[in-house]
Design a protein around this ligand. Sequence first.
Ligand SMILES: NC(=O)c1ccc[n+]([C@@H]2O[C@H](COP(=O)([O-])OP(=O)(O)OC[C@H]3O[C@@H](n4cnc5c(N)ncnc54)[C@H](O)[C@@H]3O)[C@@H](O)[C@H]2O)c1
Ligand SMILES: [Zn+2]
Length: 363
Amino acid sequence: MPTRTLRVDLKERGYDITIGSGTLAQCPQFLSERCGTSHVVLITDSVVDELYADAVGDLFVDAGLEVELLVIEAGEESKNAETLIDLWQTMLAEGADRGSVVAAVGGGVVGDIAGFVAATFARGVPFFQIPTTLLAQVDSSVGGKVGINLPEAKNIVGAFWQPLGVLIDVDVLSTLPANEFAAGMAEVVKYGVIMDLPFFEYLESHVEAINARDSEALQYVVERCCRLKADVVEEDEREESGRRAILNYGHTFAHAFEAATEYGQLLHGEAVAMGMVCASRLAERIGMIDAKSTERQVKLLEALSLPTQPLEFDSEEIYRLMWHDKKVAEGKLRFVLPNRLGEVILTSDVKSGDVIAVLNGQD
Ligand SMILES: NC(=O)c1ccc[n+]([C@@H]2O[C@H](COP(=O)([O-])OP(=O)(O)OC[C@H]3O[C@@H](n4cnc5c(N)ncnc54)[C@H](O)[C@@H]3O)[C@@H](O)[C@H]2O)c1
Ligand SMILES: [Zn+2]
């Protein structure tokens, strides 16, 4: 199957997202077509290094480019200021300068931190995303948000730094652990619910192919999600108009579930799956949608091996934690709720009793 290229049109400059099977082999060409550098800093993590990044480095060498491969420890714990300082200092020691280019080969952790390194080193160098998890391919590599965590808060220090290009090879998803794959699928389902009913229906009718990681199905899924996210980002690049907030469907609940479990028990996508079901039940409770729309989401998420029932949480505690989320606007909790499958609205007009009733599983 041929590769597909999407264009993300932004005010200052746009960029391409190329999606295909076996596209990793095209890395050097993809970069050199889009920037004239001869010095590439590849940033990856310890898992992806062995699987793919080391081989990608060799491709650059074969193409006659000078390449530095910087490897961070795999895992969210690496997305911090210490790793950032390490990366800046290593780049300096390796002779990186304004003429260098950074390429992130890895999941969302690598993409976020490498992007922030690119945004800040020498006051900003060009940057490419080569995402290797499903979550990174459908979500974090598109949109230009980069950054790190502080011990007190996730993603609190960062920048908007758009890549010069995103190169996606769905073949790398074959080595992704099952729970990480399912977690990425939660964000995929999210796009269907918030803005694309035909895509939601496609997912319902292609669960088997998706679970089998069929290349053609994955290419279509990744392409559709990138297009939908790019559409939102084109309208609201810097999260100013509120449009970009629709991407947070299920996330007000999810962030509270993640905080309640101290970010140790649930993958983000698992929390999002539970959070979407809660948001949909909340919409039902206030008369926005029918029960069938929620049940379709539950059925699809379950078929994708995702959890749909919140854990044994203390609902009052979850409600309190929701207020710590940075999406609280003007002293009100803000929810993204479905009007119907394929369309959501943003609302702060929700009673605490309804939220708590949903958390308690009451009808
Ligand atoms: N910038 C954004 O817009 C945005 C959006 C959503 C999430 N994020 C961030 O993304 C991060 C989560 O990303 P993630 O879910 O990709 O996690 P991750 O980067 O930690 O990757 C998950 C695990 O999979 C491994 N891995 C990566 N590719 C693999 C492959 N092809 N085969 C086998 N293993 C592989 C990684 O080494 C890691 O252990 C969070 O830090 C989150 O804040 C950012
Ligand atoms: Zn998310």
